[in-house]
Design a protein around this ligand. Structure first.
Ligand code: TYM
Length: 334
């Protein structure tokens, strides 16, 4: 069987970008025959970006409810919290000892922090924690602990999956056996990066997101804030430069997208275009929205589901980690 694995960092409330880039393809993959799915809340990763415990707690609950509301079958998939799998942090150390510092110097997130510091005439590493610097190693541990073949992610995570491959190859080479499967990022091309309200990548850090399971009223309000050009109704509009169209296309069938594109060229007004986008999104999200609200009222049930997932995951992780400890020389004396 094929192992598919992905995670979401628990620092916020899921938005349309997380859904289109990761949750929706992952839920679809979990239903395929012959697929063994591992989906988790990346709450150790959250500590890198956020030192507000209340925010992390709220986000874990919200992201757990989102996966289930989006249709994940937790009986069939293995659904868990990263921090319930301590083998992850142990593997993180084994991998840290083979991961090249030069490799991590090239990570986008770290490089962006350095560039921003230098632009502000600060020390290159000002405010950079070892957590941020080693972030890709922890992510490699998530992936390699379960020997995932496929990792469905948005485009921004491709480099991290490639680093996981590099680190796996290095470990296999150093210890002389194919302990780890080499993972591959799977990116859904037509939504590889869903733009946000302002046209930049939809992201918590840019405050340009459309929340996933908000009320219809909030959804409408968010859509009304999508930035468009100043063309009036009746004027032809270019779909390819419109991020409203990019968002539409991320959720519509090929035929519906082609029709929408033609209507824009034909002079559809932006007001009508926003109406159409609202109708499309509302139809897709309404069923999950109710389920999401109901789940948030039942944190005890969510806890039970996640603990059951953690014990399934650890049943795989524990013996594998014992094998890896042997590989590096940490075997028992007995
Ligand atoms: P995170 O929490 O930033 O994002 C979760 C997933 O959502 C995707 N995504 C998007 N996709 C399309 N358009 C967007 N605007 C957009 N914004 C976010 C991300 O690409 C990601 O797939 N490091 C990861 C979490 C992680 C992980 C892992 C993922 C930890 N360990 C192991 C896979 C495998 C992260 O911070 O994603």
């Amino acid at each position: 069987s094929v192992r598919v694995l992905t995670g979401i960092t628990t620092t916020g409330i899921p938005h349309l970008g997380n859904y289109a880039g990761a949750i929706r393809p992952a839920v679809a993959a979990s239903r395929e025959a012959g697929v063994d799915a591992f989906y988790f809340l990346a709450d150790y990763h959250a500590l890198i970006k956020c030192d507000d415990p209340a925010r992390i707690a709220e986000s874990r609950l919200s992201i757990a409810a989102t996966w289930l509301a989006a249709g994940l079958d937790a009986e069939r998939a293995t659904f868990y919290r990263q921090s319930d799998i301590p083998e992850t942090t142990e593997l993180n150390w084994l991998l840290t000892c083979v991961a090249g510092k030069g490799l991590l110097n090239r990570a986008h997130a770290y490089k962006a922090a350095v560039t921003a510091n230098l632009d502000a005439e600060l020390d290159a590493d000002a405010g950079v924690t070892m957590g941020l610097y080693s972030y890709p190693v922890l992510m490699a541990a998530d992936i390699l602990l379960f020997n995932a073949h496929r990792v469905p992610v948005g485009r921004d995570q491709i480099q991290h999956v490639e680093m996981a491959r590099d680190i796996a190859q290095r470990f296999n080479h150093v210890f002389g056996r194919d302990y780890f499967t080499l993972p591959e990022a799977v990116v859904d091309d037509h939504v590889a990066t869903l733009p946000g309200l302002d046209g930049r990548k939809m992201s918590k850090s840019y405050d340009n997101t459309i929340p996933l399971y908000c009320t219809p009223k909030q959804l409408k309000a968010a859509i009304s804030r999508i930035v468009t050009d100043s063309k009036l109704p009746g004027e032809a509009k270019d779909a390819d430069t419109s991020h409203l169209f990019q968002i539409y296309r991320g959720f519509a069938s090929a035929e519906a997208s082609a029709e929408f594109r033609a209507s824009l060229l034909d002079g559809m007004g932006w007001g009508d275009a926003k109406q159409a986008l609202f109708a499309l999104l509302d139809a897709e999200l309404a069923p999950g929205r109710e389920h999401y609200q109901a789940l948030l009222q039942r944190p005890d049930d969510l806890e039970d589901i996640l603990l059951a997932g953690a014990s399934k995951a650890r049943a795989i992780a524990q013996p594998f980690l014992a094998e890896l400890r042997d590989a590096v020389g940490l075997q028992s004396f007995r």
